[in-house]
Design a protein around this ligand. Structure first.
Ligand SMILES: *Cc1c(COP(=O)(O)O)cnc(C)c1O
Length: 468
């Protein structure tokens, strides 16, 4: 018991630690609040260890204790939200922020974010203006829709759409399209939240146009089609096409809503991505289309609603529109992203998501060779260029497997250990593991990322003591 008390009494005092010369030089301009937190945490952790296993503990050694504090300070100095290198090859990785913005869209963020703007001000009239006006014209021009609006995300777009068009009434959806998108977007739940009554028709694998038609009653408010973004039903299947649904809608005077998810603007079939485009979906004659800003559109997180003016007006005037409204920074980046689509060839080059998806194996291989040359400087590992299959991600084209290349690393440590170490730096590198090897998939790596990967590998080599 005495030993335990002795150890507790030996715990350093916060003030002493703060004024220790070992810290004074290290702290620099780190806010005092963060240094204080680090010191208190380190002391507290030691106290807990003493209370739990004092029998096995020696007197405090200052050097490792101060190393712990320094590591804590280093971590606290970093922002929580930070850049990472995406070496997974998944272009629209929801956990890694989905689409990277085009350079010109980023410039707009700076410009609009750093000052005042005409967000809700009509400069010509000198009177109140409309937030939505900044994107509506561009969206209708690019998509061919009559009217459009942008909200916080596609989940919000769906909720707003159902609330404005179908509250307390029925919406007919195929059983094959009761989608769940990662996280918490589930068609039946969003339907209930929007106050609409979901009427399921058909079966999981087959839904015919007649199934919709037979389910129409006095209570029906709309027919809805949901794009099966992240899965496909294959084999013995049937579904009603958008054009068929649009024709049925016209015949029965019911609007047709299409939640398309991905928001693809340019045809990517030649790159192996078989997804419908917004324009062709609207041309099928539907009334309202909904899609995300940060999936295949390649812009910021947003939900885009485009279609017939009477429905878009109903949504603009609904109380939920204020709740789901888009922020000015998002608006700035979104307007610019749509502008880039004025020239489709340019869009495939300038919008990172599209440029990455369009990259051909030969280009990826070249990028891999650059990384291999830089890795050759590390004697503790061997690198090999391997062909891989990749997914677009972000709930898009679930069956598409793009041909790509990755640099596969072999070292004297388990792949999981190396992979974990690579995530510890100021700019974490998130890699793939294929066949027990850490792999850097080249589709989502930029040439600038190469240097970060090399630095992370150096650091990992030191931390794992595998540097010769
Ligand atoms: C991704 C997706 C959503 C959700 O979109 P968010 O922008 O993430 O809110 C809704 N519906 C479909 C079909 C989707 O693919």
């Amino acid at each position: 018991m005495d030993r335990k008390r002795q150890l507790l009494a030996g715990l350093p005092k916060v003030d002493e630690v703060l004024h220790d010369s070992r810290l004074e030089g290290f702290v620099g301009d780190t806010p005092r609040e963060l240094v204080l937190d680090a010191v208190k945490e380190a002391i507290d952790e030691r106290r807990q260890r003493i209370l739990q296993s004092w029998e096995h503990m020696d007197d405090m050694e200052p050097a490792p204790f101060f190393d712990t504090i320094k590591e804590k300070i280093r971590q606290k100095r970093q922002h929580s939200l930070k850049r990472v290198v995406n070496a997974t090859g998944v272009v629209l990785h929801t956990n890694l922020g989905r689409a990277a913005l085009a350079e010109s869209a980023c410039q707009r963020l700076m410009e609009i974010g750093s000052g005042y703007s005409n967000l809700e001000y009509d400069v010509r009239k000198g009177a109140r203006g409309l937030r939505n006006s900044h994107v509506e014209q561009m969206i209708t021009k690019i998509t061919g829709a009559e009217a459009a609006m942008a909200v916080n995300n596609n989940a919000a777009a769906t909720l707003l759409c159902l609330s404005a068009m179908a509250e307390d009434r029925e919406v007919i959806v195929s059983r094959g399209e009761l989608v769940e998108i990662g996280g918490s977007f589930r068609v039946p739940e969003i339907m209930a939240q929007g106050g609409a009554v979901l009427v399921e028709v058909g079966t999981t694998n087959k839904t015919r146009l007649s199934d919709y038609e037979n389910a129409i009653t006095e209570e029906t408010a709309a027919l809805m089609k949901v794009h099966t973004s992240n899965y496909r039903i294959v084999g013995f299947t049937a579904e009603a096409s958008l054009a068929e649904l649009a024709a049925l809608g016209k015949k029965r005077r019911l609007p047709v809503i299409y939640d398309m998810g991905s928001g693809l603007m340019v045809d990517l079939k030649r790159y192996g991505i078989d997804e419908p485009t917004v324009k062709e979906s609207l041309r099928a004659g539907i009334d309202v289309i909904l899609f995300s800003g940060d999936k295949l559109l390649g812009g910021p997180q947003a939900g885009i609603i485009a279609g017939k003016k009477i429905w878009i007006d109903a949504m603009k005037n609904h109380p939920l529109a204020r709740i789901a409204r888009i922020d000015k920074l998002t608006l700035a980046a979104l307007e610019e992203t749509f502008r880039i689509y004025l020239d489709e060839e340019q869009a495939v080059k300038e919008i990172p998501a599209l440029a990455m998806l369009a990259m051909q194996p030969a280009e990826l291989k070249k990028r891999g060779e650059l990384l291999m040359r830089r890795l050759a400087g590390l004697s503790w590992c061997e690198a090999e260029l391997i062909p891989v299959k990749e997914k677009a991600g972000g709930g898009c084209a679930p069956l598409a497997a793009l041909d790509g290349f990755a640099v596969s690393i072999s070292a004297q440590v388990p792949a999981e250990k190396l992979e974990r170490e690579l995530r510890k730096g100021e700019c974490p590198v998130v890699a793939r593991i294929i066949k027990d090897r850490v792999c850097f998939d080249l589709r989502t790596i930029s040439d600038a990322d190469t240097e970060i990967i090399i630095a992370a590998m150096r650091q990992a080599g030191e931390a794992l003591h595998i540097m010769p």
